[in-house]
Write a protein that binds this ligand. Structure first.
Ligand code: B12
Length: 347
């Protein structure tokens, strides 16, 4: 199957002009494309690593603060050096990229540069035409299954799952100086089929050579995961990862996304503002999760939420853990406690 065109977009290091790329991302998504957005202030290494891990067909860069000839050239050279020279490269940057620069950039392997005033449809047409065909298919991994621990994270949108995972990645990188960790992250596909896969833009510590991340769109599958999740997970299980973290899209009360047998631990991440105590009787994952996290535990409602959730879990009599975290702070004791719990499952 061809599947939607997957692109990676980003703004270079030392550049915070993200307004143009945000507009373009939405336009590509509206035309059925899947856009992995890496955010602004991103290095060549971050962009190239992400493009290869995400198996995108092209990289789109929006550059305003100068240095574009060197930056685009270096992205092309790195892609080639790492055996991914077939990944396309294109971009723009208002009035800051001159026509002379553009000629030079094209000679260095940039496919196209779009100048100020170019209509959005023209760029969409270019992408559809130039990157419509899939890349060479990867060879299937043949190694035997490793002993990686697989942990599923779910919970409502806005609970802070992505930030929590990024902090756990930092704990992992510090605790296991040689190990490798993988993340499968999910975002919803929109009605037109496109998707903005934005979790990478929220990640700081996960932009690292020992971290593999693949962003998946739900492509119409209800429940929080994607049609290809299980296949991707099995592929990762044949590589040298010690820990695999799977993050669902923001889910509702009825969601039970994790199939038994594939996950060693499941974590439900809640924020303190879930509403009344009665709401807790209806959340299915509260029955199933091994660990329940109250994130944003600095919020005023957090103490009451922890008490109510504690009572709710006690009713289950399954010895489920309740941990309070503040993932937006580095070295939060709650995050450390959660990591210690997950580390018990490590090989
Ligand atoms: C808006 C803006 C800002 C906003 C940015 C808001 C944001 N979140 O993006 C604010 C006010 C924050 C800002 C700050 C600064 N800015 Co400013 N900013 C601009 C401005 C006016 C417009 C850029 C823009 O977003 N245009 C809207 C887009 C949609 O239109 P466009 O640029 O024409 O893009 C078209 C194509 O190029 C293409 N395109 C663009 N990107 C991409 C990517 C892909 C993949 C594709 C396919 C196509 C494409 O799409 C559009 C289609 O028509 C430009 C001036 C200019 N005219 O370019 C200065 C400008 C870029 N800024 C400039 C500067 C100096 C700064 C500051 C350093 C100022 C300061 N001293 O603090 C800071 C730096 C901020 C930072 N952290 O990097 C300079 C850069 C000079 C240079 N490179 O030599 C400029 C050129 C102004 C100037 N003439 O001096 N800025």
């Amino acid at each position: 199957m061809r599947g939607p065109i997957r692109l990676l977009t980003a703004v270079p290091i030392c550049d915070g002009h993200d307004s143009a790329i945000n507009t373009l991302n939405l336009e590509f998504v509206r035309h059925g494309m899947e856009v992995v957005y890496l955010g602004f202030h991103r290095s060549v290494a971050d962009i190239v690593r992400a493009a290869i891990q995400e198996d995108v067909r092209a990289v789109g860069i929006s550059s305003y603060n100068g240095g574009h000839v060197e930056f685009f050239g270096q992205v092309r050279r790195e892609l080639v050096r790492l055996g991914a020279g077939d990944i396309g490269l294109f971009g723009g940057g208002g009035g800051t990229i001159s026509e002379a620069d553009e000629r030079l950039m094209r000679r260095q392997g940039t496919d196209a540069i779009f100048f100020a005033g170019t209509p959005l449809e023209e760029m969409v047409r270019f992408v559809s035409k130039s990157y419509g065909k899939p890349r060479r298919t990867e060879r299937a991994a043949r190694a035997s299954r490793t002993t990686a621990a697989v942990v599923g994270f779910t919970g409502p949108g806005g609970a802070g799952k992505t930030t929590l995972i990024d902090e756990l990645v930092l704990c992992y990188l510090q605790a296991r100086p040689r190990g490798r960790i993988a993340i499968l992250s999910h975002d919803p596909s929109l009605s037109g089929g496109g998707a903005l896969l934005g979790d990478r833009a929220m990640m700081i510590h996960s932009q690292h050579d020992r971290v593999f991340m693949r962003s998946l769109a739900t492509r119409g599958l209800p429940g929080g995961l994607a049609p290809s999740t299980e296949r991707e997970l099995r592929r990762l299980l044949h590589q040298d990862f010690e820990l695999i973290l799977v993050e669902t899209v923001g889910t509702g009360q009825e969601a039970m996304p994790f199939r038994a047998g594939l996950f060693d631990r499941t974590v439900l991440v809640m924020s303190p503002d879930y509403g009344s105590r009665l709401q807790l009787q209806k959340v299915v994952m509260l029955e199933a999760a091994d660990v329940v996290v109250v994130n944003k535990s600095d919020q005023p409602l957090a103490k009451a939420a922890a008490a109510e959730l504690g009572e709710r879990l006690a009713q289950n009599r399954r010895g489920q853990k309740l941990i309070c975290t503040q993932a937006r702070c580095h070295r939060d004791p709650g995050v450390d406690e959660l990591f210690r719990d997950l580390a018990e499952a490590l090989p």
